[in-house]
Design a protein around this ligand. Structure first.
Ligand SMILES: CC(C)(COP(=O)(O)OP(=O)(O)OC[C@H]1O[C@@H](n2cnc3c(N)ncnc32)[C@H](O)[C@@H]1OP(=O)(O)O)[C@@H](O)C(=O)NCCC(=O)NCCS
Length: 173
């Protein structure tokens, strides 16, 4: 699966160093409920990617440059609900690749995979309310803001509010 500049490769255990590089960076995990300082701890995340596949509840890919085959970040679907044809979408990039339009290039491909290959009707994005960059990105690519779950999580003792964004297959018509 390719876009103009990138190729998606399903995440495997051999990607652990790439995943660690991303999810050990506090600026990347700032609005996430996961953070893996060590390679050993990153094994937890690799188990999660495998469980998605084994349980049929999602799939995540590494994003690599078509020309240089260098890892840029990861994206995918989880919480796949086949009965209600919906799933949660996610994407993160290594800091050195922020601001280059990668999210904008990847999302249409993820919509195509989600609405066609996975047969979804609805794709959801759960975004911590303070993550303004992500929210402005989602609004620019047709995601609709549907509401805020106020203080629905406690992270490091602090109440966190989460916004719900969603895009429907019909929104792309
Ligand atoms: C959020 C993230 C994926 C953005 O990816 P990106 O490839 O840098 O985004 P793009 O270059 O495609 O920009 C898309 C839009 O995002 C927003 N955006 C990107 N960088 C921004 C910045 N530094 N400040 C404010 N808005 C920004 C803008 O709306 C931008 O649209 P524009 O270029 O028309 O202004 C990246 O910063 C990241 O990995 N963050 C950490 C993980 C995370 O928060 N993931 C949630 C994903 S929504």
């Amino acid at each position: 699966m390719k876009t103009k500049n990138y190729i998606l490769k399903e995440i495997e255990s051999s990607d652990i160093k790439n995943i660690h590089k991303g999810l050990s960076d506090p600026e990347i995990t700032k609005y996430y409920d996961v953070h893996y300082p060590t390679l050993e701890e990153t094994k937890e995340q690799m188990k999660w990617y495998k469980s998605l596949k084994d349980e049929g509840t999602g799939i995540w890919w590494g994003i690599f440059g078509i020309e240089d085959n260098v890892f840029r970040g990861a994206c995918g679907f989880n919480g796949l609900d086949k009965k209600h044809r919906k799933a949660e979408i996610g994407l993160w990039l290594l800091k050195e690749y922020w601001g280059n339009g990668i999210l904008k290039e990847m999302m249409p491909k993820l919509f195509e995979i989600g609405f066609s290959d996975l047969g979804l009707n609805r794709i959801e994005g759960y975004v911590v309310t303070e993550n303004l960059k992500c929210k402005s990105a989602l609004e620019k690519i047709n995601f609709k803001y549907e509401g805020t779950m106020r203080e629905c999580e406690i992270i490091d003792g602090k109440p966190i509010s989460v916004d719900i964004y969603a895009i429907l297959k019909t929104d792309l018509n």
